[in-house]
Write a protein that binds this ligand. Structure first.
Ligand code: NAP
Length: 292
């Protein structure tokens, strides 16, 4: 049962992240509309109470809030703009841009919004498939503070924590710094395990030895365990990791930071994508680290 105060939220992009986010919004009682370029990824959400729409325009028509959770800034721009795009629906929704699009991508998309009088929040998320399913993402939010009270319940349905960061673009900047750590950690885990293996030491001993000590980090066991099992069920796809690595290298260069580790990570992730692992989890970087 809904009433006049129930917000209508359009979720554009129901991939690994967008689908569970939409499901949690429906569970929290929002009126949810979903659209995805490949419609069979959106259709199962009907069982969760979401209305599956045929175009971004149909999803955004009359929506209070539009969420974009798409691959990159080109995908986002193509979905909001154009004849069937979300902006063509008219109205003045609040746009929560939650995809990872980098510094220039954020400037591009926030300008698009400003040109059309749409309120824009830069709101990337920290966390991957499982936290998205659990409604336990960390939302990094920056931009128009006036809409904070309206959108906080939306963020609360998706995440367990929201960090507000001031002016538009600050959230994306922090997201890039966080992802530089996550991607480097994954690559460093692959290299440490491969080095142990290459030197004739059981690589599992690396994970066993750091466990519980000051060098330990849970992520090394999650990704390192997947590497040693040779199983890469996708949480954070290699294609997305390669894209994020490029955004990090670009941002570091513009900021005058010597990001040589990020450069190497970008090469590893691109090599993994070129080796056919694009849709596998980024733990598959193990395969190219072992066989360059
Ligand atoms: P995903 O499963 O690959 O989903 C990508 C989405 O973008 C799909 O809906 C895809 O549609 C759509 N798309 C791609 N190109 C398009 C285009 N040209 N036009 C329209 N739609 C297009 O990836 P994801 O992991 O959910 O990532 C979504 C965003 O969240 C990315 O920006 C990613 O960096 C970010 N993110 C991901 C994670 C993670 O761990 N996975 C964590 C935090 C943030 P189709 O289904 O038709 O291909």
């Amino acid at each position: 049962m809904t009433d006049d105060t129930t917000l209508t939220v359009a979720v554009l992009g129901t991939g690994i992240m967008g689908a569970p986010m939409a499901r949690n919004l429906a569970k929290a009682g929002f009126d949810v509309r979903v659209w995805n370029r490949t419609s069979d990824k959106a259709e199962p959400l009907a069982a969760d109470g979401a209305i599956v729409c045929a175009s971004p325009r149909e999803a955004a028509d009359g929506a209070d809030v539009v969420i974009t959770m798409l691959a990159d800034d080109d995908a986002v721009a193509s979905v909001v703009d154009g004849d069937d795009g979300a902006f063509s629906a008219g109205g003045s929704p609040i746009w929560l841009q939650m995809s990872t699009v980098g510094v220039e991508g954020t400037e591009r998309l926030s300008s698009l919004a400003a040109d059309r009088g749409i309120r824009y929040l830069d709101a990337p998320v920290l966390g991957t498939k499982q936290p998205a399913e659990d409604g336990a993402l960390t939302v990094l939010a920056s931009g128009d503070d006036d809409v904070r009270d309206v959108v906080q319940p939306v963020f609360d349905a998706i995440g367990s924590r929201t960090t507000w960061l001031g002016k538009t673009g600050q959230a994306t900047r922090l997201k890039l710094a966080l992802n530089s750590w996550v991607l480097a950690l994954t690559s460093a885990t692959a290299e440490a395990l491969a080095l142990a293996d290459g030197l004739g030491v059981d690589p599992k001993l690396f994970l066993d030895t750091i466990e519980g000590g000051p060098l330990d980090v849970k992520y090394a066991h999650v990704k390192g365990g997947a590497m040693l099992r040779g199983e890469f069920p996708t949480a954070f796809p290699v294609d997305g990791a390669a894209k994020d690595a490029r955004l990090i290298v670009e941002a570091a260069s513009a900021a005058g930071v010597q990001a040589r580790v990020a450069d190497a990570v970008a090469t590893h992730m691109q090599n993994a994508a070129d080796a056919g692992h694009g849709r596998d989890d980024m733990a598959a970087v193990w395969d190219v680290v072992r066989r360059p």
